[in-house]
Structure formats: structure tokens, C-alpha cells
Write a protein of this length. Sequence first.
Length: 135
Amino acid sequence: MNGFPPLSSLRRTLQDSLNDVLKQRFFRDRLSVAILVGALLVNGLNLVGLVLRVHPTDVPVPTRYSNLGGGFDLLGPWYSPFLIVFFALGVTLVNGYFAYHGFGRSRLASFFLLTGSGVVAIFSFIISMAFGVVR
């Protein structure tokens, strides 16, 4: 009967895999790493800001603003601003994954993916903070 491998060999395998990933060209390129870290930092600040500002409540909160309707036109649960943050974090992670795997083929496409995730992170920060302040 074969059991689970010992934890030391599993840890060694994970460390070797992580070292192989970090040795790739993508992580040696300062611009790519700076854009990715910047987007992750903005998403992290956004999440921390919402955790400190938004608290659970039974009262519906504004979740959509429309210039055409003259103000807030949709109410929803208190955690709606968090959905915006998680969307931006998901976009950043998916674009980072695609940029990592596509870096060898097209550096420019990789930069566009990372820049797009940075823009989404900044816009989600602005939007979620605006909805997080409204009570």
C-alpha cells in the first residue's frame, strides 16, 4: 500500500517548482514585475480599505449609479463593493497568468495584459471606495 508522500518531500517539490517559476524570463523583467506587483498592491489596498469601512448591515446599500437616472438606481446587499474588488483581483490573476505564459512569445501582449489588469485595479479601487463611503 502506498501512502501519502512525506511532507518534507512535498515541501521540497513545491520549493523546486517555485524556484523554476521564479527563474523564468518574466520574473527577471523589471517592468512586468512592477506592473503586476502594482496591480496586486492596489487590489490589496482596496480590500483593506473596504474591510475597514464597510460593515454588515440589514439596510440595502447603493450598488449602481447612473447619470441618466439622476443618481443611485439600484440597491443591493452590503457586500456589493467587495464583489468589485474580487472581480478586479480575478482579472489581475488571470491576466498575470496569461502574461506569464505568453511572455516568451510576445512581450508586448504581456505588457498589455498587465497594464489592463492595472487599469482594472485602479478603476475598481475608485468605484468600490465610492460605494464603500456611501451609507
